[in-house]
Design a protein around this ligand. Structure first.
Ligand code: 5RP
Length: 226
């Protein structure tokens, strides 16, 4: 089954975790976009939810579908969030940020009671690191952080937009895409990155996912965490 169909299948499987009256966190990326589309269809049929988007892009999509939006000011606790991932391993540790929304995604995830990841079969890896790890940095710190991450052994590229300019996140920061190769100890790397002044957030999501819905051909595999 093509990855696009698997994304849609995983998104469809996640709908049963969304209940009437809930506050729903919206992820970002092509898989999350499938979920937002399907959620919009349920809202048109009468499902009552309020959503908190993790990016301007997802906010725009949701608003266009008539999904009522709210904010963390109104609801600092979210019932359920459905999001995609760039990679996950057997311990449900994730790499996120391929779509550039890792900072708000992590904040939304941290405010969520049930954090559900939807993924096609290509996202499951034995060891994290096939996908370059995105690290969001404030502009001023970019050269300093870039140099420090290189000394940890990674190849580092400042992410660029289609015009060749540094890509700007919704929070107006840069992203460094860091190729570490296989990340044998994600928790310790996460700590090292978080400790670097100027790093706003990194794309390692550890101990956050409660459930991964993995579409594998015609099957949906459920992986459960804490
Ligand atoms: C955005 C993300 C996305 O969830 C991740 O990049 C996966 O995207 P896609 O569903 O398009 O493969 O972390 O910041």
């Amino acid at each position: 089954m093509a990855h696009e169909q698997e994304k849609e299948a995983a998104a469809r499987a996640s709908l049963r975790f969304v209940k009437n009256g809930q506050i729903v966190g919206l992820g970002t990326g092509s898989t999350a976009a499938c979920f937002i589309q399907l959620l919009g269809e349920l809202v048109k049929k009468g499902l009552q939810v309020r959503a908190i988007p993790s990016s301007d892009r997802s906010a725009e999509q949701a608003a266009g579908l008539g999904i009522p939006l709210t904010t963390l000011n109104e609801f600092p606790e979210i019932d359920v969030t459905v999001d995609g991932a760039d990679e996950f391993d057997s311990q449900m540790r994730l790499i996120k940020g391929g779509g550039g929304a890792l900072l708000r995604e992590k904040i939304v995830a941290s405010a969520t009671k049930q954090y559900v990841i939807i993924a096609d079969a290509s996202k499951r890896v034995p060891v994290l690191g096939k996908f370059p790890l995105p690290v969001e940095v404030i502009k001023f710190a970019q050269p300093v952080v870039e140099r420090k991450i290189r000394t940890l052994g990674a190849q580092v590229d400042v992410r660029r937009d289609s015009a060749g300019k540094p890509y700007l996140t919704d929070e107006n920061n840069y992203i460094l895409d860091c190729r570490f190769g296989q990340i044998s100890d994600p928790a310790s790397l996460a700590r090292e990155l978080s400790d670097m002044p100027g790093v706003v957030e990194h794309g390692l999501f550890i101990g956050m996912a409660n459930l991964v819905l993995l579409a594998q051909g015609n099957e949906i595999v459920e992986l459960r965490g804490q």
